[in-house]
Design a protein around this ligand. Structure first.
Ligand SMILES: [Fe+2]
Length: 173
């Protein structure tokens, strides 16, 4: 299937697979920020909106690091387009390169967001804590506290790249 699902369809899918209200509220918050960024960045707004709503569909199975991989599996089994599957699989942080994925126990491959739409959904998620907006510096601080310096660096790089593309600091989006 190559059709991008409507927002209503995405929300139905989240409920059908058993996502909690907390996860659904989070996805709605990410959707709002992601759509604002997509408009500014002249990205595919429809794809970003569906990808943002579905990015955490894997949290119906696990809240851990595997939720991206699990979510991609669910999306594939639901017949969703590859563009959505990749957004889900590559949304963690600012992406995870293969060597770090292996260390984390993920199936060995790169999980780096490549397209503009993949980057926007991953980063909108970085700008949302639960269901409210927060500054990227907070997310960077959390990564540094866990000793994840490469992750912190990738977060700042993605923030800079997308802010530049949008012509504004995305902390203010
Ligand atoms: Fe997630």
């Amino acid at each position: 299937m190559n059709t991008i699902p409507s927002p209503g369809h995405c929300l139905r899918l989240l409920r059908e697979v058993g996502c909690s209200n907390e996860v659904i509220n989070h996805c709605e918050a990410v959707r709002k920020v992601a759509v604002r960024i997509a408009r500014k960045a002249h990205a595919d707004v429809q794809l970003v909106e569906a990808g943002a709503l579905l990015h955490d569909i894997g949290r119906s199975k696990t809240q851990g690091i595997m939720h991206g991989v699990e979510g991609a599996k669910i999306a594939t089994s639901l017949g969703l387009p590859d563009s959505i599957v990749r957004i889900i699989e590559r949304h963690l942080g600012a992406g995870i390169p293969k060597e770090e994925a292996i260390a984390l126990g993920l199936p060995p491959k790169d999980y780096l967001p490549m397209t503009l739409e993949e980057k926007i959904v991953a980063h909108a998620d970085n700008l949302i804590e639960n269901d409210h907006e927060h500054q990227i510096e907070k997310e960077v601080e959390k990564a540094l506290q866990k000793g994840q310096t490469k992750h912190a660096k990738r977060l700042m790089e993605l923030h800079r790249e997308l802010s530049q593309r949008c012509g504004m600091d995305l902390n203010d989006i």
